[in-house]
Design a protein around this ligand. Structure first.
Ligand code: PMP
Length: 358
C-alpha cells in the first residue's frame, strides 16, 4: 500500500499466475504450456520479420492474421474476428465491452480465477454458480437474471467440457446477455466435443475466445483472439482503440499467421498431447488418484489418501512442478499439465516415490 496509489489500485486483488522459475532441468507441468514447441514455420516467419521493418508500427487491425483465422473457421469473415495480446487481454476487453454492469455476471464457482479479477478491476458485480458435486456444469442453474455469462470450455482447472447443445441452450435461454465462451483448451477436445465457433453465425450473443498459447505452443508470443458477430467485435475494437492501437507486434502477427498455416505440426502435436493425456490419466488412476475426465492439456486429480498440498511440495522437492490451488472444494486436487512422454514418466516416477515414502 502506498499513499500514491489510486482508489482503484487499492481495491485490486491481482491474478497470480503459476510460477516461471529460472531453474534448469525442471519438469514444468504447472502452467499448461505445450511441451512440443512452436511450429518451425512460425519460428522461421518470426526470424524473417526481424529487421529494419521493426522501425514501423504493425498493422493496427492485425488484418492478415484475422483473415487467416477466419479462413480456418467456415462462415466467419475477418470482420468477425478480433485479435489481442494473449486471450487474457481479449477477455479483459470483453468484460469491459460486453458485460452489463447493472446485473451480476454469472460464472462457475470453480473456473478460471482471472474472471473475478476483471470484475473487480471494472467494478462488475458477479455471482458464482456452483458446479455439481462431480464438477460438471448444469446450464439450468444459470436461469436467473444476469448481465452476462462467462464459461471456460473446457473448464479450467477441471478439464470438463460442455457439449455444443448445452452451449446452445445457454444462448437461447439468455438472448439479452452475452455468453462468453473461453476456449483456451478447445483444440485438445475430442469429438463429439467441439468449439462453439460454429454457432456464431446463428447467435448474435455469442463470443468465443481462443489462444495461440496452448495448442499452437506460443504462450511466449502472446496472441489470443475472439470470434463473434460484428457488433460484439466492434465493441472489442472500441475498447482496444481506447487503450492501445497496436496490441500485437510485428513478430507476433507474423508468427501466429505462419503457425496457422502449418496444419501438419498442429495436428501431430495436439494428437500427441491427447494420447499422453489418456495414458497419464490411466497411470494416475493406478497410483490411487481419482482423475476427472479431461478434454484439455491438463488433468485434475485427487489422491484417495494423500494431501494434495503435501504432494505438490514433495514433487517440487523432486524438481517436478504441478499446480495446487488452496481454494474451497478443490484444495485436495492437483492440476497437472500433460507433458511429453519423458516429462509424464518423470512425474509418475516422482509421484511413486512420494506415495511410497509415506
Ligand atoms: N483462459 C483460460 C481458461 C486459461 O487457463 C488461460 C491460461 N492461463 C487463459 C485464458 C489465458 O491464456 P493466454 O493469455 O496465454 O492466451
Amino acid at each position: 500500500m502506498s499513499p500514491y496509489w489510486s482508489e482503484v489500485v487499492r481495491a485490486l486483488t491481482p491474478y497470480v499466475p503459476g510460477e516461471q522459475p529460472r531453474l534448469p532441468n525442471l519438469v514444468k507441468l504447472n502452467t499448461n504450456e505445450n511441451p512440443y514447441g512452436p511450429s518451425p514455420q512460425a519460428l522461421a516467419a518470426i526470424e524473417r520479420e526481424i529487421g529494419d521493418g521493426l522501425r514501423l508500427y504493425p498493422d493496427p487491425q492485425g488484418m492478415p492474421l484475422r483473415e487467416a483465422i477466419a479462413a480456418g473457421h467456415g462462415g466467419i469473415s475477418p470482420q468477425e474476428v478480433f485479435v489481442g495480446n494473449g486471450s487474457d487481454e481479449v477477455l479483459g476487453f470483453a468484460f469491459l465491452a460486453l458485460l452489463k454492469q447493472a446485473l451480476p455476471v454469472l460464472f462457475a464457482d470453480i473456473t478460471y480465477s482471472f474472471y473475478p479479477v476483471y470484475c473487480r478491476l471494472y467494478g462488475i458485480e458477479h455471482r458464482l454458480v456452483p458446479l455439481r458435486d462431480d464438477f460438471s456444469l448444469a446450464v439450468e442453474d444459470y436461469r436467473q437474471p444476469n448481465g452476462g455469462i462467462v464459461l471456460a470450455n473446457p473448464n479450467a482447472p477441471t478439464g470438463r467440457m460442455l457439449h455444443l447443445e448445452e452451449i446452445e441452450t445457454l444462448l437461447t435461454d439468455h438472448p439479452d446477455s452475452v455468453v462468453l465462451v473461453d476456449e483456451a483448451y478447445v483444440d485438445f477436445a475430442q469429438p463429439p466435443y467441439a468449439s462453439a465457433a460454429v454457432l456464431v453465425p446463428r447467435h448474435p450473443n455469442l463470443l468465443v475466445v481462443q489462444t495461440f498459447s496452448k495448442s499452437r505452443s506460443l504462450a511466449g508470443l502472446r496472441v489470443g483472439f475472439a470470434i463473434g458477430q460484428r457488433p460484439l467485435i466492434e465493441a472489442l475494437e472500441r475498447v482496444k482503440d481506447s487503450f492501445n492501437s497496436y496490441p500485437l507486434d510485428r513478430l507476433a502477427l507474423a508468427g501466429a499467421t505462419a503457425a496457422l498455416a502449418d496444419r501438419d505440426w498442429f495436428e501431430r502435436t495436439r494428437q500427441a498431447v491427447i494420447a499422453s493425456r489418456t495414458q497419464l490419466s490411466r497411470q494416475l488412476a493406478a497410483l490411487g488418484f481419482e482423475v476427472l475426465p479431461s478434454q484439455a492439456n491438463f488433468v485434475f486429480a485427487r489422491h484417495a489418501e494423500r494431501d494434495a498440498g503435501e504432494l505438490a511440495t514433495a514433487l517440487r522437492a523432486r524438481a517436478v512442478l504441478v499446480r495446487h490451488f488452496r481454494a474451497p472444494r478443490i484444495d485436495q486436487f492437483l492440476r497437472i499439465t500433460v507433458g511429453n512422454e519423458a516429462q509424464c514418466q518423470a512425474l509418475i516416477a516422482a509421484l511413486g516415490e512420494c506415495l511410497g515414502a509415506h
